[in-house]
Each structure stands twice: as structure tokens, then as C-alpha cells.
Design a protein around this ligand. Structure first.
Ligand SMILES: Nc1ncnc2c1ncn2[C@@H]1O[C@H](COP(=O)(O)OP(=O)(O)O)[C@@H](O)[C@H]1O
Ligand SMILES: [Mg+2]
Length: 311
């Protein structure tokens, strides 16, 4: 692999807080788009209770790497394991296995309430009958009530408890990002991947996001976070990986990465900014997610209409 400084900071078996087995292990991930090598032989290990940062100039391949980890792309080469098991490149299977993510471009059901958005996340942990039941039998109703209660608890957890009935599109931007995190948590992940969770946030919202991510880590999850805000990343993360042109340039503690001249150099002259273009692959994936979750959305919407009819 092309890592230069990785050796200096690689995990050792006696590192505190680390078991022998990483929770998430990606090996030799390569992603080519025609002639473009977007991800070039990247390795990543994430241990339980760790917050790992992924940095690098715009176009470095950070989001593409996330897409490879989460089954949105089938990597050209390489393997992703969660708790030792190889993950198939299928987004829903990856979610079921215990890895959830948020998106650089927020992907909420705009016309559903905050609560319903989180309920959609929960449906992957309830029986499939809950999705399709038209008769709304007792089992469905029980599961539905549990799902609703769990969703409300998650809204409370991310600080959106009072916004449960607000349509996602009417929430302030920072709240939409928190709602995405709540929806990801609803799938009960072991690893949470956050793609630019503070993009567009004001300093107060950024501090709140930082607190929330620490809280999530303290609850036992591992977190991998892509961000451009260096102060945020170096304060938050136990370990940071810097990608440049698809390859790992440096990996290590914030202290090591922060003071590496190559990292500073990589950012100079790139005219770096956040990229909010939605690629074709994003669109295809979005269509797949929407198709897979349409039933869940219908179930939640049907319930709301039924309640309105009763009122
Ligand atoms: N679906 C795609 N098809 C073709 N090229 C892509 C696709 N997705 C990303 N790329 C390219 O891969 C490179 C890495 O992009 P990306 O992973 O979005 O970078 P980052 O998230 O680090 O800003 C860029 O050159 C981008 O244009
Ligand atoms: Mg990106």
C-alpha cells in the first residue's frame, strides 16, 4: 500500500481500549471510474469505541471510500469486514450487518415528519410483515407502537424531541443533519459513518454535533467521520487518516497528522471547498433506497392518515 507514515501509528495489540479484532476492517480498497483511480488501495481498521477521522482535500476520494464501505459501490478491489464477516456490496445488507451512515448531501424524506423519518430507519429491525401488513393485525400494531416509541427516544437523544411532528423539510439545516443521525442510529448500528456532519453548521451547531458524536461513542459505537473542519476533527478523533488523490498519505493520532508537513502541503493550493455535487451513482443509490423504503414510508403515512381519520 502507499501509506507512508501509517507504520508509525498502526495499532498494536496492547493499545488501550482495543480488542484483538477490529470491528470494521477494510483491506486494499480500490475504486476505479473508467480511467480515474478514485480510491487507491486504502486500508482502514476501526475498533470498538473509537472515533476515526477521514480528511483530505476535495476530490480525495473520501465519500467514494464511504460508498465502498457501505455497499453503495462494489469496489474494484478489496474487502470490507464487519466483526470478521465479509460484507456483500449491498447497502441494505450492510445496514442489517450493523453499519449505518449519513450523507454529505442530506437525504431525508422531506415530506415526512421527523418522527416518521426515524421510524423508517427502525423498520429494518422489525419484521417485514410490519412493512406490508394492510390489515394492521395486533402484531403489526404492537411493533408499530414500539417503533414509534423507539423513534421518539432517538429524537430525544439527538435533541430533537420537541420537533417530532415537524416535516423534515421545515427543520433548520442543523436539525436536519441531527435527524439524519437519529435515523441512522435507528438501524442499531455498531459503526456509524458520518460524511461531513457539520457542513453548513454555525459554530454553536458544530459544538452540539461534537457533543452528540462523543455521546454516541460513549454509548459503545465506533464512529468514522469525514470533515473539512480541522479543529473539529483533531479535537474529536482518536485517529485520523488523510487521503490524497485516493491514497492514504498519513495515518495516526491527531497530533501526528496535524504536524505532518505533507498534510498541510496537501491542502495548500487545492482551492479546497466542500463538494455538494450529487453524482449519478448517488442518484442511483438514492433511487434504490427510496424503492426499498417506500413501503416503510407508506406504512408510516398510512398510520398517520388512519389516526387523522379517527380524529
Ligand atoms: N460515480 C462517480 N463516477 C465517476 N467519478 C466519480 C464518481 N464519484 C466520485 N467520482 C470522482 O472520484 C473522485 C473522488 O470523489 P469523492 O469521493 O467525492 O471525493 P471527496 O469526498 O474526498 O471530496 C473525484 O474525482 C470525483 O469526481
Ligand atoms: Mg465527499
Amino acid at each position: 500500500m502507499s501509506t507512508v507514515a501509517a507504520e508509525t501509528a498502526r495499532e498494536t495489540p496492547d493499545d488501550p481500549g482495543r480488542g484483538a479484532e477490529p470491528l470494521l476492517r477494510a483491506r486494499g480498497i480500490v475504486m476505479r471510474f473508467g480511467g480515474l483511480l478514485a480510491v487507491d488501495d486504502v486500508d482502514l481498521d476501526v475498533y470498538p469505541g473509537e472515533i476515526v477521522g477521514l480528511i483530505g482535500p476535495n476530490g480525495a476520494g473520501k465519500t467514494t471510500f464511504f460508498n465502498c464501505l457501505t455497499g453503495m459501490y462494489r469496489p474494484t478491489e478489496g474487502e470490507v469486514r464487519l466483526s470478521g464477516t465479509v460484507l456483500p456490496p449491498r447497502p441494505r445488507k450492510v445496514v442489517m450487518a450493523g453499519m449505518a451512515r449519513t450523507f454529505q448531501n442530506i437525504r431525508l424524506f422531506a415530506n415526512m415528519t421527523a418522527l416518521e423519518n426515524v421510524m423508517v430507519g427502525r423498520y429494518c429491525r422489525t419484521s417485514s410483515k410490519a412493512l406490508t401488513s394492510i390489515l394492521h393485525g395486533p402484531k403489526y400494531r404492537r411493533e408499530e407502537a414500539e417503533t414509534r416509541q423507539k423513534a421518539q427516544e432517538l429524537l430525544d437523544y439527538v435533541g430533537l424531541g420537541a420537533s417530532a411532528e415537524i416535516l423534515a423539510r421545515n427543520l433548520p439545516y442543523g436539525d436536519q443533519r441531527r435527524l439524519e443521525i437519529a435515523r441512522a442510529l435507528a438501524t442499531e448500528p455498531k459503526v456509524l459513518l458520518l460524511d461531513e456532519p457539520t457542513a453548513g453548521m454555525n459554530p454553536q451547531e458544530t459544538r452540539d454535533a461534537e457533543r452528540l458524536i462523543f455521546k454516541i461513542r460513549d454509548s459503545g459505537l465506533a464512529v468514522v467521520v469525514i470533515e473539512h473542519d480541522m479543529r473539529f476533527i483533531f479535537n474529536l478523533c482518536d485517529r485520523v487518516l488523510c487521503l490524497v488523490r485516493g491514497a492514504t498519505l498519513v495515518e495516526g493520532t491527531p497530533k501526528v497528522v496535524q504536524s505532518d508537513p505533507r498534510v498541510i502541503e496537501a491542502y495548500i493550493g487545492t482551492g479546497d471547498g466542500t463538494d455538494s455535487d450529487i453524482t449519478e451513482a448517488d442518484e442511483a443509490e438514492l433511487a434504490e433506497i427510496r424503492a426499498a423504503e417506500a413501503k416503510a414510508a407508506q406504512a408510516a403515512g398510512g398510520h398517520r392518515r388512519a389516526k387523522e381519520d379517527q380524529a
